[in-house]
Design a protein around this ligand. Structure first.
Ligand SMILES: Cc1cc2nc3c(=O)[nH]c(=O)nc-3n(C[C@H](O)[C@H](O)[C@H](O)COP(=O)(O)OP(=O)(O)OC[C@H]3O[C@@H](n4cnc5c(N)ncnc54)[C@H](O)[C@@H]3O)c2cc1C
Length: 380
């Protein structure tokens, strides 16, 4: 039987995992990226990303995250690379704004995800790094943790290559009907998977731009105190702090403590901006540290990333066929939470691409609507 010829456009985590799984399903796969996979503009390129099942009332992503966790651990065993560290994740429920956290614990009970419910005093005793004066309670997911993001992408690309996949450099464009082209010619293949992250919107102004928005996020890495390991991943979990619009990751492999304070609607020019810290983010992060992590007061910022998310109105991913081109499949719409799901997402997309099954309703382009923070898997 002839192998299906497939192009995967985009070598971030969505494209890399999809390419690997398509290769494993017997297709002849070429992955095309306009820059070297792992490059600093890609959303997947930072040191680390949180992996957690915490998803409010959304059982679907809760189950995907649990399955992905098992697959990341398998991939780690298979490749011998340190991909994931199980340092746990803490979500802080602010007094009077606990809907998402309440919903998460109900979902965990239904799905059987291990967790602890901590009082503020429990948090003080267990994780004294956090000042939790206005916190009503916290949920601790011990099997959550962090993924070494850049290494995860590179390891997946290496594995894809080792299993016979081809990686090529090139910028894919589209014609007026949104048909993909490379070097002035239409791409000819049984399937073309578009996994270009935030770039999907500019490539597909009619089908993707209307259901997406792009936002910049500055993340800052702050030095751990000289001589202390209190803020290392062995002693501190990842955390989500919706009340403060923030999340963070303890120092991992010397990264420093990552704290991101999301400033909604931060503009970003994904092709032309220099990826430098913005003054406003620096000030907000310092204020946040003052409020939540007093042990880091006075510590210096030692690294930073300025990156983008592409948000759909309901924060669900996009896995759907192009409305006019029946061999063009979209795979992305990160909404700030795709990385952790990488292995399951890639396997799922590969099955849709090979027409082993259809996509899920939530991933279709049509019928998108804004969800309330209570309904939304991300709580936003
Ligand atoms: C600050 C921040 C924190 C985050 N935190 C988390 C977290 O803790 N946990 C989590 O699960 N997720 C998190 N996310 C989300 C996660 O990182 C993204 O959802 C994920 O990395 C998106 O991957 P992607 O492959 O879709 O896109 P990308 O990684 O951006 O990859 C897209 C690729 O497509 C290529 N490309 C673009 N245009 C073209 C073209 N025309 N031709 C060829 N190639 C092209 C690009 O060069 C790029 O390599 C976070 C995101 C950000 C920005």
């Amino acid at each position: 039987m002839m192998k299906a010829k497939v192009f995967v456009v985009g070598g971030g985590i969505a494209g890399a995992m999809t390419a690997l799984h398509l290769q494993r399903r017997g297709a002849q796969v070429t992955l095309i990226d306009r820059w070297e996979p792992g490059h600093a503009r890609a959303a997947s390129s930072d040191y680390n990303r949180v992996i957690r099942a915490i998803s409010g009332r959304d059982e679907f992503y809760t189950r995907w995250a649990r399955e992905s966790r098992a697959r990341w651990l398998e991939l780690q065993a298979e490749t011998g690379q340190n991909l994931m560290y199980e340092c746990g994740a803490l979500i802080l429920a602010t007094q009077g704004h606990c809907d998402w956290e309440d919903a998460t614990s109900e979902t965990f009970d239904r799905v059987g995800v291990p967790y602890y419910r901590f009082t503020p005093d429990d948090v003080r005793a267990r994780f004294p790094q956090f000042k939790v004066d206005e916190i009503q309670y916290a949920l601790f997911e011990p099997e959550a943790g962090l993924l070494m993001a850049h290494r995860c992408v590179i390891t997946t690309i290496d594995l894809f290559r080792r299993e016979g996949g081809i990686v090529k450099r090139g910028t894919v464009t589209t014609d007026t009907s949104e048909r993909p082209m490379l070097n002035g010619k239409h791409l000819e293949a049984d399937v073309i998977v578009i996994a270009t992250g935030a770039w999907m919107a500019e490539m597909f102004p009619r089908s993707i731009a209307p259901i997406s928005a792009i936002m910049g996020i500055n993340v800052l890495y702050t030095s751990t105190p000289d001589g202390s390991d209190q803020f290392d991943m062995e002693n501190m979990p990842c955390w989500i702090d919706h009340g403060q619009g923030s999340f963070g990751i303890p120092s991992s492999e010397g990264s420093g403590v990552k704290a991101a304070v999301v400033i909604p609607n931060t503009p970003i020019d994904i092709n032309n901006d220099e990826r430098l810290i913005e003054k406003q983010s620096l000030n907000k992060t310092r204020q946040y540290i003052l409020h939540r992590l007093p042990g880091l007061i006075g510590e210096r910022v030692v690294d930073s990333k300025f990156n983008q998310v592409i948000l759909t109105p309901d924060t669900h991913f996009i896995v759907d066929w192009h409305p006019q081109h029946d061999n063009v499949l979209f795979a992305g719409g990160c909404s700030g939470h795709l990385f952790k799901h990488g292995p399951v997402f890639g396997d799922f997309v590969a099955g849709v691409a090979m027409r082993d099954y259809g996509t899920a309703d939530r991933f279709k382009i049509a019928g998108r609507r804004k969800l309330s923070p209570k309904e939304s898997p991300s709580g936003r």
